[in-house]
Design a protein around this ligand. Structure first.
Ligand SMILES: NC(=O)c1ccc[n+]([C@@H]2O[C@H](COP(=O)([O-])OP(=O)(O)OC[C@H]3O[C@@H](n4cnc5c(N)ncnc54)[C@H](OP(=O)(O)O)[C@@H]3O)[C@@H](O)[C@H]2O)c1
Length: 254
């Protein structure tokens, strides 16, 4: 069944910029109230919340917090429910990397591994655990939807660093484990984009962006809206769980 998101409440981590902001905009366009989490740029988060509230007439909330912390993840969920009344959908999107070529073994630090694991794997678990009671008690038709932003780097040997690639892969497996154990009311899925032209994506530099684009079967990068659309369509489809949705212009097959 394909259900409406109108009247639902979503929490989007890393929701003030890049992919998270594109998803927040689309959710608001569907009539969904949105809690926008960010880490440091309060003005940008507030401006987005005001913009989408004005444009779509939905309630918005701005929540500061680093999702590496379990306590913060719990707090984000509780504040969303306290302010917006319920929680139907979580977009666990914030992540972290530091660009280090795969061949440069000495360039990788323990901090890289620990921070990648905290932000690309554990944060999803902390958020799922905190959100589970709310998602499980969602309305009969929709239930609850938990969406994780992984990456095509978690599916093939690609991406910004070894710690990033392996933790994005771990996130894919986490999604499958959670989907298996937490039905029937909760659907858990991963979205895997390839390079996107967000601030993060642009940090790869023009040469690498050009080379990646040329290597793709479609010869163009996915747009932010194409990637955001995968979150919306997956959330609306009540038969999809444990799935890995790839939005990559074919990067995974080259
Ligand atoms: N861009 C790509 O090419 C690409 C490709 C595949 C997958 N992804 C994945 O997509 C996700 C979003 O990436 P993006 O490119 O949209 O990034 P982005 O444009 O750099 O946006 C980052 C967002 O995350 C927030 N944030 C950063 N650290 C956080 C933390 N510790 N806790 C909570 N929020 C935090 C930022 O808030 P502040 O600005 O306030 O710090 C901002 O809202 C990541 O999981 C990334 O791995 C990206």
């Amino acid at each position: 069944m394909v259900v409406s998101l109108s009247g639902k409440v979503a929490l989007v981590t890393g929701g003030s910029a890049g992919l998270g902001a594109a998803v927040a905009r689309r959710l608001a366009g569907e009539g969904c109230a949105v809690a926008i989490n960010y880490a440091s740029s309060a003005d940008r988060a507030r401006a987005l919340a005001d913009e989408i509230a004005a444009e779509h007439g939905v309630r918005t909330l701005v929540l500061c917090g680093d999702v590496a912390s379990e306590a913060v993840c719990r707090d984000l969920v509780e504040r969303t429910v306290a302010e917006l009344g319920r929680l139907d959908l979580v977009v666990s999107n914030a992540g972290w990397t530091r660009i280090v070529n795969f061949a440069d073994l000495d360039g990788v630090t323990e901090h890289d591994f620990d921070k990648c694991y905290a932000l690309n794997v554990k944060s999803h678990f902390w958020l799922f655990r905190a959100a589970k009671p709310h998602l499980a008690s969602g309305d009969e038709e929709f239930g609850g939807s938990f969406l994780v932003t992984s990456s095509v780097a978690g599916l093939k040997p690609a991406g910004s660093s070894i710690p990033y690639a392996i933790t994005k892969s771990a996130a894919v497996h986490l999604v499958k484990v959670l989907a298996k154990a937490h039905g029937p009311n909760i659907r858990v899925n991963a979205i895997c984009p390839s390079l996107l032209l967000t601030e993060w994506g642009k940090s790869f530099g023009p040469e690498r962006i050009k080379a990646v684009t040329a290597s793709l079967p479609l010869k163009r990068l996915p747009s932010l809206d194409d990637a955001a659309d995968a979150f919306i369509s997956t959330a609306r489809n009540t038969s999809i769980t444990g799935s890995i949705i790839v939005v990559d212009s074919g990067m995974a097959v080259v």
